[in-house]
Design a protein. Structure first.
Lengths: 140, 120, 209
């Protein structure tokens, strides 16, 4: 890819904005279209774009494979952890009303934010790991 | 003609038939996965089209928006999860295809059958 | 009343699907699946499903195409020419005819009185609308949810249902993604690690496998 200078420069300029847009989708999902799934996929698309343009070895330096593998578990644990916390607080599993002592609506908002974050982390890391597995199979 | 209001469903069913045709008639396994994703999109579109309300808007409440008609949000939620599960299963299918290619040296269905038949 | 744009998008979508079915160049077909997803995302937007459209555009046009291209680089680039067989056409035709016969009893597209819009969906929209708009009015005091019903009070009803009302569902689905990724890793990552751990054994292993 060394000779494709336009691709390299343009993608380098674009990737930060893809990540920024993914974060916007993630945290604005409560108010507009979007949420954890979409944000995770867009974030992973940015990482995969980097890998496609600059090669797998450069991608491994920027986004370690191990980190992505832990991230899959971390997101799922974050989701389940919110459920466990509400369980300990005396409500049903994944009942976010109890997360805020004063206003159940605020508890709901906090719970949804955390749960969507967990989904976003899992989806990002899962898509990147699948790309690593498929693309890493091809390199000798 | 009361049936004229059903043409959305029919268009989606024709799409579904094309996906089904690829899955059963084509021998290349990657092509079968593509057909499966066409099939999946058409099923999702069928569900979403049952949620549409004439004159409705997307189910997002605007500030101070009273007396608005919203489309049915429930099919959207169910299909949102279906899409993401769909990409996961597609990835798993593609991984299996890669392994089949490495084990047999081909991903054509009839050749795989021939190899298996010769081995037996 | 069908919008002209809907008809145009459906025609494009059907054409793309037929071309995918007929193409023997698999790389071109993989790129067309991306276009297919983008077109269907446009249709989802017209059907008011903005969240679904967003996901379909990101997943189908972005990630799925890359995965298929990765697979194609490891397998065949073209599929073999094959004679047109008549049996698949008959099977598909019968299935399609049965499905179209099944739609004849359905309510028309966009019918506000259709059964799916009653019961639960209507209740979700009513509760959430009341909760969000009352919250809007008196921002200082905690929201009152009418008859003590539970509510989320977010503008995006889809997010409310997805993450709160149907939280179990989404949790299970995240677990499915987790499981599928574990499956992909188990299928594809083994040999690379063997190579790393024990380089002297590599030749022996490849001959045995």
């Amino acid at each position: 890819m060394r000779e494709k200078i336009i691709l390299r420069v343009v993608s380098k300029a674009f990737i930060p904005f893809i990540f920024l847009f993914a974060l916007y989708i993630q945290f604005h999902g409560d108010f507009g279209p979007g949420g954890g799934f979409q944000a995770g996929v867009v974030f992973a698309a940015g990482i995969i774009l980097y890998g496609v343009i600059f090669g797998l070895d450069t991608m491994r330096l920027a986004v370690p494979e191990r980190l992505m593998e832990y991230g899959i578990v971390l997101g799922l644990i974050l989701y389940g952890g919110v459920g466990i916390v509400s369980l300990i607080s005396g409500a049903n599993f994944l009942d976010y009303d109890v997360l805020n002592a004063h206003d159940p609506t605020h508890g709901q908002h906090l719970g949804i934010l955390l749960v969507e974050l967990g989904v976003g982390i899992t989806v990002t890391c899962a898509m990147t790991t699948i790309f690593y597995a498929l693309a890493g199979r091809g390199e000798k | 003609m009361q049936w004229l209001g059903l043409w959305h469903y029919w268009a989606v069913i024709i799409l579904m038939m094309i996906g089904l045709y690829i899955v059963i008639a084509r021998d290349n396994l990657v092509k079968k996965v593509m057909g499966l994703s066409i099939f999946q999109v058409s099923v999702i579109m069928f569900y979403v089209s049952t949620g549409k309300v004439e004159g409705g808007t997307a189910p997002i409440i605007p500030e101070g928006g009273h007396d608005l008609v919203y489309s049915n949000p429930l099919p959207h939620v169910l299909m949102l999860t279906a899409i993401v599960v769909g990409i996961s299963t597609t990835a798993l299918a593609l991984a299996l295809i890669v392994r089949i290619q490495e084990a047999y040296g081909t991903v054509e269905d009839d050749e795989l059958n021939a190899i298996d038949g010769a081995a037996l | 009343m069908p919008l002209p744009i809907e008809i145009v998008l459906f025609i494009f979508l059907l054409t793309t699907a037929v071309v995918i079915a007929r193409l023997e160049d698999l790389f071109a077909a993989a790129m067309l699946t991306g276009i297919f997803s983008l077109l269907s995302a446009g249709l989802f937007t017209i059907m008011d499903a903005v969240d679904v459209a967003f996901t379909e555009a990101a997943v189908g046009a972005g990630v799925a195409t890359v995965f298929i291209l990765c697979t194609l680089s490891l397998t065949a680039k073209r599929e073999y020419q094959q004679p047109t067989r008549i049996l698949p056409f008959i099977v598909v035709g019968i299935t399609g005819a049965a499905l179209i016969y099944g739609t004849l009893d359905m309510p028309a597209y966009g019918d506000p009185d259709a059964v799916p819009h009653g019961h639960l969906s209507a209740k979700f929209i009513e509760i959430e609308e009341k909760a969000f708009l009352s919250q809007d009015k008196h921002a200082a005091e905690p929201a009152q949810h009418g008859s003590g019903e539970k509510a989320v009070g977010l503008p995006n009803i889809v997010t409310s249902i997805l993450a709160s009302y149907r939280g179990y569902d989404t949790f299970g689905e995240t677990a499915v993604i987790f499981t599928a990724t574990i499956g992909v890793m188990l299928l594809l990552r083994t040999r690379r690690r063997e190579k790393k751990v024990s380089p002297p054994n590599r030749d022996q292993m490849e001959t045995t496998s």
